[in-house]
Design a protein around this ligand. Structure first.
Ligand SMILES: [Zn+2]
Length: 375
């Protein structure tokens, strides 16, 4: 999981992708300087700023609740969920295990839009009560606009293109009908690609009609959906090709290691040109004790390479991903993908057998794309 951590709710780790901060300020700016002054004219600029800040925060909470609805329903159905990362267009829930069946995927996908509809209704209710009790337009305006936004969020997410929730619903339906998850993913991804191109065309139309900012947004969202649809499909092809494989089946080439008492000079001489990776396991006998990377060596001045031992600069074992040789490759895939820059160590009875890296997974994905879905 990337991004930085902001807290933990219901056992879910909540993180924010750096890209989200940009969106946060764009939303804040468009609320404060655009939306609220246009819809509710005649208020002081400090009031618009307050409306903007509270509107942006409540929008952020709405998106978070949408993702939490997916996650909570998933956990209730036995899917392990690690946490939620909020990024450019909303959030992403990190499931550690895959859905076992079409029914589970359908219900988990439906939970998000359902919660957004409920949140929209709640804000509409608050706006109605506020109007009756005369809370003032600063409060009712924010509430009614959030009702509108959550409604749009629910409807947009229901569009039938993977990776949107509607695409997942479509995928689950095709999966149920055909019994073939890869084929179902292909159909839903085609939906996503088509939807992506459609949104891009719509954006271009808006730009040509003079709505530059709105059009660019639309185009950007279309592009994002188009890209995610393609990679979502490749991910699925990759996953289905890994079915039945164990972690040890994924080890590429002979094992390259270094020793605790080797000097940095030894390490650089051995692997600078012959090495296949940017980081190497450090072993004591056959037991792994850490990982050392060229980046770590680079932080030590070359004059000290002769006198510095590998043990002095390596990352100790508690910061390293380790998997058992007979673990299902599908179960450890995310772990491997997430430890970028560091190998995942494959061990049997404490003995190091080999490593698998995130670049290995990237290569498998590329091949899945090149093979075009053929198994
Ligand atoms: Zn969703």
């Amino acid at each position: 999981m990337g991004g930085f951590r902001i807290g933990r709710i219901l056992g879910l780790e909540i993180r924010i992708d750096p890209s989200w901060l940009i969106i946060f300020f764009l939303v804040l700016w468009s609320f404060t300087a655009g939306v609220f002054p246009q819809r509710f004219p005649g208020l002081a600029s400090a009031v618009y700023l307050l409306m903007g800040i509270s509107g942006t925060l409540l929008f952020f909470v709405s998106v978070l609740l949408h993702e939490m609805a997916h996650s909570v329903v998933a956990m209730r159905r036995g899917v392990e969920v690690e946490g939620i990362t909020l990024f450019v267009f909303g959030g992403i829930a990190h499931a550690r295990s895959e859905f076992e069946n079409a029914r589970d995927e359908f219900i988990i996908a439906a939970a998000g839009p359902a919660s957004s509809f409920l949140i929209a209704a709640a804000f509409a209710g608050i706006a109605a009560i506020g109007e009756r009790l005369e809370w003032g337009v600063a409060v009712t305006g924010v509430a009614s606009y959030l009702a509108f936004l959550n409604f749009i969020l629910a409807v947009f997410n229901l569009l039938p293109g993977f990776p949107l929730d509607g695409g997942r619903l479509l995928r689950a339906a095709v999966w149920k009908m055909t019994g073939d998850l890869t084929r179902a993913t292909r159909v839903a991804s085609l939906g996503g690609k088509g939807l992506g191109y459609f949104l891009m065309a719509l954006g271009l139309g808006q730009v040509l009609a003079g709505a530059l900012i709105g059009g660019l947004w639309m185009g950007f969202i279309g592009w994002f959906v188009r890209m995610a649809a393609g990679s979502g499909y490749a991910q699925q092809v990759l996953r289905s090709s890994l079915e039945g494989l164990r972690a040890e089946d994924a080890i590429a080439g002979e094992l390259q290691t270094t020793g605790l008492n080797h000097t940095l000079h030894d390490f650089v001489t051995e692997y600078r040109f012959r090495g296949r990776h940017q980081a190497y396991p450090v072993v004591e006998g056959e037991r792994p004790v850490g990982v050392i990377s060229f980046r770590q060596v680079g932080r030590v001045p070359p004059a000290a390479w002769d006198s510095t031992r590998v043990a002095d600069v390596m990352t100790p074992l508690d910061g390293i991903a380790i998997v058992e040789a007979d673990a299902r490759l599908l179960d450890v895939l995310d772990k491997v993908q997430e430890s970028t820059g560091r190998p995942t160590l494959v061990v049997r009875e404490g003995r190091l057998l080999g490593v698998v890296t995130s670049s290995d997974v990237r290569r498998w994905l590329e091949r899945a794309q090149m093979l075009g879905g053929g198994r």
